[in-house]
Write a protein that binds this ligand. Sequence first.
Ligand SMILES: *Cc1c(COP(=O)(O)O)cnc(C)c1O
Length: 407
Amino acid sequence: MTKRPWGYQPTSDRPDPDWKVQPQTDAVRAGLARSGFGETSEALYLSSGFTYTSAQEAADAFTDETDHFVYSRFANPTIAMFEKRLAAIEGAELCLATGSGMSAMFASLACLVSAGDRVVASAAMFSSCHVVLTEILPKWGVEVDLVAGNKKDVWSAALSRPTKAVFIETPSNPLLEIVDIQMVSDLAHKVGAKVIVDNAVASPVLQQPLKHGADIVMYSATKHIDGQGRVLAGAILGDFNYFQESLLPFIRHTGPALSAFNAWVLVKSLETMTLRVNEMNASTQKIAEFLESHSSIELVRYPGLKSHPDFATAQKQMSGGGSIIGLNVKGGKAKAFELLGNLRIMDISNNLGDSKSLATHPASTTHRRLAPDVQAAMGITDSTVRISVGLEHVDDLIKDLGQALKR
Ligand SMILES: *Cc1c(COP(=O)(O)O)cnc(C)c1O
């Protein structure tokens, strides 16, 4: 690359490229590209376009012969720092940031399929992902089959026919169903299907699907990656071939690009993500145990509890149960609403993975768009409440839930 006036440095050589550092170190250091000013913190390049010192330099940039930035729909220095950092944490060859989790979900799958192709997905998932799979892709001639996520024989049968892609959300939102990533990946690869995992609920700290055989990971970075309720964002991670052959040709022209400002917020969020998620995970385990022993609660779903039907699979592929709890209160919708209304610290909100603890009633909010039988198949009832545990002191959160359940 030609030297820029301020001596733009492509990527920092700290940590030493030959050192194998922990993800927590990558979360602070990877991808850092300092300008010639030597700023400590990552710079915000809020620029849609870039200039060239000659027509030839522009021509070379457009033929991809140099890594000169061309246009922020394709690449931008601040967005690139976020992408390289997340790729290093995840252990992926490449990462592409998008403007929302849904644009990441849609692009990760749409770039692979054509009319006549078949997709198999686990049935329990975030409602907008469900709409993409059951309404939008079928309209374009893609066949989609949804299967019960935790049954091996069901997956074997579903993956005995030619399949282009498999989409799994594990743990699922809101009732934390667990899909065995390695088991599904092994079956999928036998029929040549690529496996995409929506890892938003677990976060990169607690689960790295590529290590369990998945080909592609996608995130709503709005959740634990930002983790402070500020920006919408998404990310897709995978290998060089997937990017070159499928993803980049699709997104360059359809344009789900992340804003450089939001990428700058996120690159700083990654620095604290490990600490935040580990603290939230430890608090959530205690809260799940408290709720499980409470007489007003009918059912607690949390992957860190032995009572979870897929506890063993969760132990195998996650390093913690996460920050989300699904529960059914005794007494139906009225009691669920009463619990939400009684909370004095936790907010009623449909977001998750935030530093503020949030509680919601999925049947009337996040999953309202789904038909009652689809909700029922995911285990969502009128008495289901989803709690996203934040960074407040765990004793205060247990006290809040205790008084809200008692009143
Ligand atoms: C929130 C969420 C999404 C969608 O992400 P947005 O950033 O809101 O577009 C997708 N999948 C899961 C599991 C989510 O929790």
